[in-house]
Design a protein around this ligand. Structure first.
Ligand SMILES: [Fe+2]
Ligand SMILES: [Fe+2]
Length: 218
């Protein structure tokens, strides 16, 4: 049975334990916040050249690492959120990212490839960034959600054009993720998220560049 931590009140100690538990599950186990089947589940696997498989695995590894970072960011942000509604919406966003994490993970398994060895590093770094953003204000924190989702969407879009045409399974996963991320960004905007300064956006872009470049290979 699925359980969600989003509907109860917790003190700071509980929050930290929940986040550590979520981190361990996110990185090392199957997260319990996955509930929708993969959009690729009903599709047939295409015949792929070894070089294509390697490329697709690189892209899906990047997406998987992006989901690890998003979950960590939102978990960190939830701890420092002042408004209970914002805290719950951040938990809910992290909860929904569980599907994406699992879909990418399943696709990597099908391709006979591995997750990024650097995921624990990206989880820790993103968690600290999320916690830091939440200490500024809820509006800034939600602004981080908006910008994160926009940057993820840009990556997903570029992956769609880079995928071999016959790989409908990865395509279906990425298209559904794109739609979901768009909804997450809109929800954060409606909840009061502000536009971040350009230099913060630039820093996020630069960090994402390092993350995606390394995750493609390792
Ligand atoms: Fe996601
Ligand atoms: Fe998202």
């Amino acid at each position: 049975m699925l359980h969600s931590p989003i509907m109860r009140d917790y003190n700071l100690f509980d929050e930290i334990i929940i986040s550590l538990d979520q981190g361990m599950r996110t990185i090392f186990a199957t997260p319990d916040n996955a509930h929708r089947p993969s959009p690729a589940a009903a599709l047939d696997a295409a015949q792929l050249l070894p070089s294509d498989k390697k490329h697709i695995a690189g892209l899906m590894r990047v997406n998987h690492t992006g989901e690890i970072a998003a979950q960590a960011l939102y978990a960190g942000q939830a701890i420092g959120a002042r408004d209970e509604k914002v805290r719950q919406s951040l938990r809910h966003a992290a909860y929904e990212e569980g599907d994406h994490l699992n879909w990418c993970r399943e696709r990597l398994d099908e391709l006979g490839s591995h997750r990024s060895y650097l995921d624990p590093l990206w989880f820790s770094g993103s968690f600290m960034i999320g916690l830091g953003a939440s200490l500024v204000s809820d509006e800034v924190s939600l602004g981080f959600v908006i910008e994160t989702e926009r940057q993820v969407m840009a990556h997903l879009e570029s992956h769609l054009t880079s995928l071999p045409q016959q790989d409908k399974m990865s395509q279906a996963i990425i298209e559904q993720m794109f739609e979901d991320e768009s909804q997450h960004a809109t929800a954060a905007e409606l909840a009061g998220g502000v536009e971040l300064p350009d230099f913060i956006k630039g820093l996020m872009t630069a960090t994402a560049k390092v993350m995606t470049t390394t995750a493609y290979y390792v």
